[in-house]
Write a protein that binds this ligand. Structure first.
Ligand SMILES: [Zn+2]
Length: 240
């Protein structure tokens, strides 16, 4: 193939499409035809194109101006389908979680029943043991003290005791006449002079009340019990 033949080949090859569709004018079509006679490559290409061109010629170009519009509800339908799929997936997820939760609850119930059975057994055994061999719970020894009521105060003390616990000292008062609704503060004075709080209680007026007031100070370290009202006035006191 000469250089000029090569140029002709490249030039005419680009026209093969138009030639196949019959869009070339007479002289151009003649040139292509002449080239096809001498160029096997272009002939092969033209053989491929011509059947396609035949089929293309059957297509009505006017049809292209008339592409059917998507149905108006398409967007909405797609949106609904997506929403439905998502809802299904979420429902699956909810269902799965619910099943899991149910299984967990069942497991919990079984465990609870098992635990309850253990407690019942323990209580049963404890009951038997309690009646036969358990020692009486030790009663802490009470140390009666005498509380001095401030002059003119309505408080009346039925009993006052100290209990020397290992963890601190406790004041037990049975009394009445503490002004209803008023807060009272109990404290122990330790041997280094410090006043250590032992708790507070509300007065209930004429009703008898029993109060356990506790402090971390040890019995042997306390030298005085003091109960004061909100104003800081001493209502009860006892030197130990
Ligand atoms: Zn060619």
């Amino acid at each position: 193939m000469s250089a000029s033949d090569d140029t002709t080949h490249r030039e005419l090859r680009e026209l093969l499409g138009s030639f196949a569709l019959g869009h070339l004018d007479g002289p151009e079509a003649a040139r292509v035809r002449a080239h096809l006679d001498g160029c096997a490559q272009c002939r092969a290409e033209a053989d491929d194109l011509l059947p396609l061109a035949d089929r293309l010629s059957l297509v009505d170009p006017r049809a292209f101006g008339d592409v059917p519009a998507p149905p108006p509800a398409l967007g909405e339908n797609v949106r609904l389908a997506v929403a439905r799929a998502r809802a299904d997936r979420d429902a699956d997820e909810v269902g799965r979680r619910r099943t899991e939760a149910l299984a967990r609850r069942r497991r919990g119930m079984v465990r609870g029943l098992a635990a309850a059975a253990v407690v019942v057994v323990a209580l049963g055994v404890g009951g038997v043991v309690g009646r036969t061999t358990a020692p009486e719970p030790p009663q802490p020894p009470l140390e009666a003290i005498s509380l001095e009521v401030a002059q003119g105060d309505a408080v009346s003390v039925d009993s006052a005791d100290l209990v020397a616990h290992t963890w601190g000292v406790e004041l037990r008062i049975v009394a009445d006449g503490f002004a209803a609704g008023e807060t009272f503060h109990a404290a122990f004075r330790t041997d280094d002079g410090e006043l250590v709080p032992a708790g507070e209680f509300l007065g209930v007026g004429g009703e008898t009340m029993t109060c356990f007031l506790q402090s971390a100070s040890l019995r042997e370290d306390v030298t005085q019990v003091v109960v004061t009202d909100d104003a800081g006035r001493t209502v009860l006191s006892s030197d130990l």
